[in-house]
Design a protein around this ligand. Structure first.
Ligand code: GLU
Length: 521
């Protein structure tokens, strides 16, 4: 809990670029956890003022991905009225996005629906002498930049309009509808200092900060203006966001100061890195949450993994598996690391495997079914077994999963290591031989397995009894009996034990495969 008089209010404010980035999921998760820990409010706002980046369906995608991950929020945008939190909230349809509902008393929660507000606040800054109109044309700005480059100076607006235009001239230009932007008058030679909840004391000198554009000539705000106006009006107390926004923060603080508003607390969470320490990017692998779901990572595992990208409970704790409930209890913003967090797929595989192991076979089957259905070997098997009832097929797949459960890193791997459960096998003769055994010995061995398994009744066809019967017959030379049997059932060098394979295949198919092997010797 943090000691604060004010009710904690946080937000996740993605730009709808098409999908939920894994880093976005982490930002959303940390905000969610922080809000829940502090009985605060978590809002979902859409920052869509960069119209060039607009992607059809992106807002729905974002909402769906967050919901799929089990996150919930208290106000902002929703797909369904039913999902909004309480009846005291104002509810309205989004005017920008069909089928999107906005709920809460601080709306609209879509920035492109708040343009009038941004304009009003930008003009207020002009009236207060904190910002100014700039009518410079792109060609002039371009030349200025080239000159600065030549002189090895940082690219900064030279305040031409501020220095040369009288208020009459400005008004005339505005009346004549000359294209204009509004720029912040960034005070020179000041130091902006703030205490970041993750990074500690951070300071910037204003001499490196350009007189940034707040309102563009098309009437749209820039990210900085919209972000600050919204965080203020939505009474956001803590801004928890990715470190890539750290360089924007002094600009935001300057805006809070210019408006005379109290600034929120900031927490910049570490960058996500590839194994080679470069910034996590699409080029090096998947970055969309839905890609991981499609590959058969469980939402609980993804949440667990993402929570630990930049945080762990510390103090000698070795716990690595956390449910969402446990994360709400244990997550601590103060323990978030400063250093970049390496996105380690092996770790994700390990965490996912832990979750898969904990599932009942029935649960695993529900989760894995669609992954089977996509496999070619499954499609062929399914057609070939047209006479089987749905129940028989379900039972068969559950047996396969029982055997595979402890080895799966994700659900898209189902069946991959054990295609012989689904295919007719052709066992190479050589593979059947255990060490130096002769053809006669091989035949005897397979014949022995066949006899034992023929005498094992359908009722006795369990993993335990199959194993018991075979081991009892194998005596000390287990390889002599078990290797040829396993090879005859699977046709491959490596596979689960012959007991498990026989159990899955069933009595009839097991005996068939042994007979086929015998016939081939
Ligand atoms: N719209 C920004 C983004 O897409 C939000 C940055 C912030 O949280 O201030 O990540």
């Amino acid at each position: 809990m943090i000691e604060s008089q004010k009710k904690v209010r946080v937000r996740f404010a993605p730009s709808p670029t098409g999908y939920l980035h894994i880093g976005g999921l982490r930002t959303a998760l940390y905000n969610f956890l922080f809000a829940r820990q502090n009985s605060g409010v978590f809002a979902l706002r859409i920052e869509d003022t960069d119209q060039k980046r607009f992607v059809q369906g992106a807002v729905e995608n974002l909402i769906n991905a967050l919901r799929q991950m089990g996150l919930s929020w208290d106000e902002g945008i929703y797909i369904n009225k039913q999902e909004t939190k309480n009846n005291n909230q104002k509810i309205q349809n989004s005017t920008t996005y069909d089928g999107i509902v906005e709920a809460g008393n601080f709306g609209p929660y879509v920035q492109s629906e708040r343009l009038e507000l941004y304009k009003k606040y930008a003009e207020q800054l002009v009236a207060d002498g904190k910002a100014y109109y700039c009518f410079c044309e792109p060609t002039r700005l371009e030349e200025m930049r080239e000159q600065q480059q030549k002189e090895k100076l940082p690219p900064m607006y030279d305040r031409f309009c501020l220095a040369t235009l009288s208020s009459e001239e400005i008004n005339k230009k505005l009346e004549a509808k000359c294209p204009a932007v509004i720029r912040l008058k960034v005070p020179k030679d000041e130091t902006i200092e703030f205490e970041d909840l993750v990074r500690g004391k951070v300071s910037f000198v204003t001499s490196t900060i350009d007189d940034q554009v707040l309102l563009k000539s098309d009437g749209f705000p820039t990210y900085h203006l919209a972000n600050v106006v919204d965080d203020h009006l939505m009474e956001i107390t803590h801004v928890i966001r990715g470190e890539e926004w750290l360089p924007s923060t002094p600009k935001h603080i300057l805006l809070y100061q210019a408006f005379g508003w109290e600034q929120p607390l900031f927490a910049h969470i570490p960058l996500l890195l590839n194994a080679d320490k470069s910034k996590l990017s699409k080029r090096q692998g998947d970055v969309a949450v839905e890609d991981y779901l499609k590959k058969g990572y469980l939402k609980e595992a993804l949440i667990n993994f993402v929570a630990m990208l930049g945080w762990n409970p510390g103090e000698g704790s070795v716990q690595e598996i956390f449910s969402l409930e446990e994360l709400i209890q244990k997550f601590d913003l103060k323990k978030v690391h400063k250093a970049g967090a390496v996105f380690d797929l092996k770790k994700l595989d390990w965490i996912n495997a832990q979750y898969l192991k904990k599932m009942s076979v029935d649960e695993l089957y529900v989760a894995a079914k669609t992954f089977f259905e996509e496999k070619e070997f499954f499609k062929t098997w399914n057609m070939k077994h047209g006479a089987w009832s749905v129940k028989e097929k379900d039972e068969y797949l559950k047996k396969v999963l029982t055997i595979e459960q402890d080895r799966l890193a994700n659900l898209s791997q189902v069946g991959d290591e054990n295609e012989f459960f689904f295919k007719d096998i052709v066992c190479e003769k050589q593979l059947l031989y255990w060490k130096e055994m002769t053809a006669e010995q091989l035949k005897d061995s397979l014949q022995k397995s066949h006899t034992i398994l023929s005498q094992t009744t359908e009722q006795q066809w369990t993993r335990e009894l199959i194993e018991q019967h075979l081991l009892a017959a194998a005596g000390n030379n287990r390889g002599d009996l078990l290797w040829p049997l396993r090879a005859s059932l699977t046709g491959v060098q490596k596979s689960p034990s012959p007991f498990d394979c026989a159990w899955v295949l069933g009595k009839k198919e097991t005996l068939n495969r042994i007979e086929n092997a015998l016939n081939g010797i």
